[in-house]
Design a protein. Sequence first.
Length: 94
Amino acid sequence: MENSKSIPSVESSMIAYSLSLAQEKLIVGVKKNAKNPHFNSDYADLSAVLEVALSVLPKHGLSVTQGSKFVDGIFFVTTKILHSSGESIESEIM
């Protein structure tokens, strides 16, 4: 996970504070609304996760973006959480 250059420390970070407030509201979690027949398990699909997250994050000045790219034939998905202060946190998975 990468931090934006504008975050001087976690203690004085607006994004860290706002994320802690948002996470407090997200403690209930997301209801599982889909079934994986291969493993016979239930899970929350992406639309269920986004529905819950996007109902809480903006109230704390937070937004989420996702993008993708190919590097040397490997597919990456990048998720970035942005704060209204300009701070951001980014992670990338392949």
